[in-house]
Design a protein. Structure first.
Length: 87
């Protein structure tokens, strides 16, 4: 098996993955729980949290549509994952 390196050590993306893990744990979800709610594989969620893949806007929309973290509106998700980090 080939071990992949992080896509980027860019602080912005490190913050994104930290926030995903923090929100998941705050809502008492395992990686498997979150993956099931988003209809994604465990591996994808793990890769997001470990920096092997970057979350996309589509993933944020999935989080919103599935109410994976409760009834957070899309604007708030964008604020948490994009605006707060990249400003």
């Amino acid at each position: 098996m080939v071990k992949r390196n992080y896509i980027s050590l860019n602080d912005h993306y490190v913050e994104m993955r930290k926030k995903l893990r923090l929100l998941r744990k705050y809502h008492h979800l395992t990686i498997s729980d979150l993956a099931e709610r988003l209809d994604l594989s465990d591996k994808i969620i793990s890769n997001y949290e470990n920096g092997y893949n970057r979350m996309t806007i589509e993933t944020l929309v999935l989080i919103y549509d599935s109410e994976a973290f409760g009834q957070i509106d899309l604007e708030e998700l964008l604020q948490i994952f994009i605006l707060d980090i990249f400003e």
